[in-house]
Design a binder for this molecule. Sequence first.
Ligand SMILES: [Zn+2]
Length: 299
Amino acid sequence: MHFYLSFIRRFIINSSELEKLVNYYHEKKLAHAYLLSTNNISKCLEILLNVIKNIFCQEEYSSNCNKCSLCHLIDLNNLPSLKIINPDGNFIKKEQILELQHFFSKDSQYTEESIYIIKNAEKMNKEAANTMLKFLEEPTGKVIGFFLTNDKDNVMLTIKSRTQVIEVLFNNEENEKYDIDMDTYHKYLEIINNYLQKLEIEKKELILYNRVYLSDLEKEDIKKIFQIILDIYNDELSSRYKINDSFLKLDYLHKLSVDNLQKKINLLIEFLKELTYNVNTDLLLDKFVIEMDGINNDL
Ligand SMILES: [Zn+2]
């Protein structure tokens, strides 16, 4: 049962909005500029770069494409039509934006559009934001911009009002410390498989299954189990956007619509949060299965 090893995406919890940009691009619905509001800029950047690769890949894109030179150049941060701007000291300065504009004044030779990414957009001072404004209002060519911030409230309004905002949230640091080792996987593999099947296929007497499978376990173990279950749903969701291949390929998950998948993922996240603070685990579990059942499975 080695397929449970696909949990590198464990910490990504709400990236699907970002991943939808791949479709928007091909449907020609992509906006000129996005503000990505996130609690983890480096992880958000990582996903964004995958999205960009997915859009421009010269081959049939799959995660970690190593077939095409374009994805390779992005990996090396060496693609001329992609510029990432970091704060210079405490600020992003006007000169950095001017340089970017100069660079993008010609059409890109490498990708259909040029792309810039501004990390910590809240660190743009007024002059930089005003310079940026000219760029946003009269783009000199085909340019797509991404402003990343973990402090949306402090992003200049001039930028905020001209970008589409996407929230990209990740599990908090505490959850990241989860290190689910292989022993844990193996120990709970059967419980997880059974529980998931009951949850998605044999939906009768769900509350009973909570008692059968989970009641005797310590809270910490229940947490781990649901963390893995969340991974499984996330894994399926990201496969829909070709961000990675689903390792599990569970039929009953594959039949779920993207919307329902996302709803279930949100429920799981909520449940895991509540589990941390709530004493009555049984009650929480029962509430969880009832809410899961309330989401149409469009089978
Ligand atoms: Zn590629």
